[in-house]
Design a protein around this ligand. Sequence first.
Ligand code: T5A
Length: 237
Amino acid sequence: MHPYTGLFIVLEGGEGAGKTTQMGAIATWLEESGWLAKLRSADIDPPLLLTREPGGTPLGQGLRQLLLHSDLEIDPMAELLLYAADRAQHVATSIRPQLQRGGIVLCDRYTASTIAYQGYGRGLDLSLIEHINQIATAGLMPDLVLWLDLPVQVGLARTQRRGIADRLEQHAVAFHERVRQGFMALAEAGGDRWQRIAADQPTDQVSEAIQDCLAAHLRRWFETLSQRRTGGDRELE
Ligand code: T5A
């Protein structure tokens, strides 16, 4: 999927799916189950990059503020390009260097969010979005996408309980239904790289489902790394 030795995992989903909650739980589990220690012992520092879009870089934090929390009117095409600018900076300065070091990247949202929100949600042309995603990422795709899926009303009720809604949370339910359809279409086309996780369960059960899926993936990744090491692959040395 990409030429680097690191592992690129993305969490996707609609509003209130529980991605932020599960990012923390995954980081704790990776530490407690010894995966990060293995990477540290191979001198990979940092072993784990926890990040998000928009806002994973200093430039991205400014863009996030504009995109989600300003009163400015933003044209859909301008919105698409601002997400792309956030992503270009994020990939170049943060995600790709971590994958080149051989570490794990755990990212809250990536290219699929643009297809789901700006494509299915806003109705912008899907092939144009794919082209712009390609430019912003220079083709860097995740190894694994964990799609936290739940009924739209359940997710929105969770975010409403939290208080003030951001720009996209304020949209009509129909918008968020289209976004969910977008994720569904991507998951159907995504093969083994996409895993649907039922997110309308108690937090611990969602965490367990994610861990089952990650454990299998991490084992395969580590086996491949070990084989490449014994094969003398200089990229890993
Ligand atoms: N966007 C983003 C685009 O339009 N295009 C793009 O290209 C990209 C990258 C990002 C916004 O930008 C849009 C999509 C988004 O609208 P954000 O603030 O990062 O904005 O929004 P979200 O990613 O949607 O983050 P949220 O915080 O809204 O949702 P999370 O992170 O999925 O959920 P989380 O963990 O914060 O949980 C929400 C609430 O539910 C509770 C939590 O305690 C919390 O109160 N909760 C649960 N309750 C019951 N059961 C569970 N299993 C629960 N898990 C969590």
